[in-house]
Design a protein around this ligand. Sequence first.
Ligand code: FMN
Length: 222
Amino acid sequence: MNISEAIKQRFSTRAYLNKPVSKDVIYKILDIVRFSPSGHNIQPWEVAVVMGKKKEELAEKLSKAVIDRQERRFDYEHYTKNLPPKLKERHNTCNRLIFEHKNIDPKKDKEKLLEHILQNFKFFDAPVELILMTYKGIGAAALLDIGIFAQSIMLTALEFGLATCPQTSIAMYPDIIRETLQIDEDKIIVMGLALGYPDNEAHINKLRMPRDEVEKFTTFFE
Ligand SMILES: Cc1cc2nc3c(=O)[nH]c(=O)nc-3n(C[C@H](O)[C@H](O)[C@H](O)COP(=O)(O)O)c2cc1C
């Protein structure tokens, strides 16, 4: 698979096979993505690889937080509610396509909606959840580095037959993640990445999100 194929073939995978990913493979992926660029080469990333019983414990605590409607807050400034109209429309389309695909009416099917939300916090039953962190107070630019690092992981994973789903949803409960994994207070939780072998038969994995054409977001200056 070449790079353009990898970029086009990657998609957010929300169902996984019940098949473990070896620590050796995870190490190999991280050993490649450490060559990702970062501003001034500060490499501001830290990764928690969460598997096995620890993953179950974290999923349980996060799910409980959702069910108990615990207060949600990100460690960093997330998208504002006032997205520009074009972005708001894409946001709504994304949700609509997922709900249509899963045959959920979010206004009526409250139980199905909760189940859908909880799947995020159970990491879509992926055997591995990577938690990507950076350092508190070092500036929003660090999030650029983490985003690039995350894409490196998502693309490299494909080479090993693995799939991923980026997840900022779980970063809404950073204190639970820090406490469960005994992460220092000087780290902020940026995002999760579900990682595992894709269940290619799963209906949800047949969903593909649309993208705008180049002309919609590009201006050439000569
Ligand atoms: C930073 C980031 C955070 C995301 N968080 C979530 C999430 O919490 N849950 C989820 O199901 N998808 C999440 N996604 C996946 C997006 O919905 C997805 O990338 C987008 O709809 C495009 O679809 P594709 O990745 O399948 O091409 C996230 C993606 C990114 C880049």
